[in-house]
Ligand binder design. Structure first.
Ligand code: HEM
Ligand SMILES: *[C@@H]1O[C@H](CO)[C@@H](O)[C@H](O)[C@H]1NC(C)=O
Ligand SMILES: *[C@@H]1O[C@H](CO)[C@@H](O)[C@H](O)[C@H]1NC(C)=O
Ligand SMILES: *[C@@H]1O[C@H](CO)[C@@H](O)[C@H](O)[C@H]1NC(C)=O
Ligand SMILES: *[C@@H]1O[C@H](CO)[C@@H](O)[C@H](O)[C@H]1NC(C)=O
Ligand SMILES: *[C@@H]1O[C@H](CO)[C@@H](O)[C@H](O)[C@H]1NC(C)=O
Ligand SMILES: *[C@@H]1O[C@H](CO)[C@@H](O)[C@H](O)[C@H]1NC(C)=O
Ligand SMILES: *[C@@H]1O[C@H](CO)[C@@H](O)[C@H](O)[C@H]1NC(C)=O
Length: 330
């Protein structure tokens, strides 16, 4: 009996490994070395152009890669528009009236199709754009792993449930990271992305007046910062007004996010929880990234690679979309 189970287990492991050989090849940093050697500078060039008129665009592009990877892996699914067969992830709760930068992704795709037609996937564009955006804002650089292919489907329901929300508990957010193979260190490092970009009042106003039914603001919010946020987001005001995620250096990629948390100046509830949840293992990681910027940069780069490795389509799975918004031939 025991032997039979062992034999079956071996067979299963062998067949998973064989399937891996067929469709699950590893990404690598030289995937386009001969087919599109200039891909990084082309992507970076379009982003530099966009930054001239929109200081926030790098943050928006980084977030697109995150929201792509957390839903069925980094497969460009977030870029697909509604159509007969597609229920767009753009209309999912975490994305609607919130994700931005799709026009810049289209400009990048157009530039790449001009230089290397039919070669670079939309999923890889998001990964390359994320690195370029971070490095152009003063953050770390890393060798982006490439070779992802694009999905022919979207998963709006998955986007509704798999992407963490700003009022979720630390344990629930930790579970969502764990569900895609990311650790607590990855969670703390990647949350450092909130060192730039903006958030709308509707994503944190629950903290400002009547937190969790207490009739009072979130007690973990610094009172001076609270007063500023109440001015930006008055009760019954527009939920779409934006505030800087990092009140100290709004458009720079640095480790101030972590000292903000130590000073009770995390903007989102999900940010402050990393430091203010009693007994949480995230506290010491926040402290270490706050005191050592190079440690944060090193960990952020590694965690971006980890996130970028979430279930890519490789080999002959999926396709290289010629228009990021549409499945080929549709
Ligand atoms: C840990 C759980 C996370 C939660 C709950 C969360 C939630 C949010 C929310 C609510 C916003 C504001 C959206 C809006 O108001 O329209 C936001 C913005 C942003 N998020 Fe996150 N996020 C998380 C993790 C991440 C990760 C892992 C990254 C990337 C590595 C990231 C990158 C960003 C960036 C750059 C912005 C600013 C975007 C812009 O200005 O357009 N976030 N996030
Ligand atoms: C990168 O990956 C591709 C596809 O799996 C493969 O053809 C190529 O040989 C790899 N390059 C290196 C240097 O491993
Ligand atoms: C690569 O792109 C850069 C910037 O767009 C350009 O200056 C350079 O000439 C290109 N190199 C090649 C080999 O195409
Ligand atoms: C999104 O914004 C549009 C226009 O501002 C508005 O009509 C719509 O109700 C918003 N949708 C959501 C889900 O907030
Ligand atoms: C996802 O959430 C949005 C916004 O709450 C909702 O309109 C939509 O029906 C949901 N989609 C699915 C497939 O659950
Ligand atoms: C909100 O209130 C509920 C019930 O009163 C409590 O269990 C929960 O811990 C509170 N959440 C926060 C973030 O304070
Ligand atoms: C906000 O709107 C609610 C419901 O309409 C009202 O009871 C409350 O007085 C308003 N608060 C402010 C500060 O305007
Ligand atoms: C900061 O982090 C870097 C990179 O992990 C490490 O090499 C260095 O020793 C750390 N510095 C201090 C003062 O701990």
């Amino acid at each position: 009996m025991k032997g039979e189970i062992l034999k079956a287990a071996r067979l299963i492991i062998l067949s998973i490994w064989l399937m891996g050989l067929g469709s699950n090849a590893q990404l690598n940093s030289t995937f386009y070395a001969s087919t599109c050697p200039n891909v990084s500078s082309i992507v970076s060039g379009v982003i530099q152009q966009a930054l001239q008129s929109d200081a926030r665009i790098g943050a928006s592009l980084l977030r697109l890669h995150f929201h792509d990877c957390f839903v069925d892996g980094c497969d460009g699914s977030i870029l697909l528009d509604n159509s007969g067969s597609i229920q767009s992830e753009k209309d999912a709760a975490p994305n609607t009236n919130s994700t931005r930068g799709f026009d810049v992704v289209d400009n990048i795709k157009t530039a790449l199709e001009n230089s290397c037609p039919g070669v670079v996937s939309c999923a890889d564009i998001l990964a390359i754009a994320a690195e370029a955006s971070v490095s152009l804002a003063g953050g770390p650089t890393w060798n982006v792993l490439l070779g992802r292919r694009d999905s022919t489907t979207a998963n709006q329901a998955g986007a509704n449930t798999s992407i963490p929300g700003p009022s979720e508990s630390l344990s629930s957010i930790t579970s969502k990271f764990s569900a895609v193979g990311l650790s607590t260190t990855d969670l703390v490092a990647l949350s450092g992305a909130h060192t730039f970009g903006r958030a709308q009042c509707r994503t944190f106003s629950n903290r400002l007046y009547n937190f969790n039914g207490t009739g009072n603001p979130d007690p973990t919010l610094d009172t001076t910062y609270l007063a500023t946020l109440q001015q930006t987001c008055p009760q019954n005001g527009s939920g779409t007004t934006v505030s800087d995620l990092d009140p100290t250096t709004a458009d720079t990629f640095d480790n101030n996010y972590y000292s903000n948390l130590q000073n009770n100046k995390g903007l989102l509830q999900s940010d402050q929880e990393l430091f203010s949840t009693t007994g949480a293992s995230t506290i010491s990681i926040v402290n270490s990234f706050s005191s050592n910027s190079s440690s944060f940069f090193q960990n952020f780069a590694q965690s971006m690679i980890n996130m970028g490795n979430i279930s890519p389509l490789t080999g002959s799975s999926g396709e290289i979309r010629s228009d990021c918004k549409k499945v080929n031939g549709s």
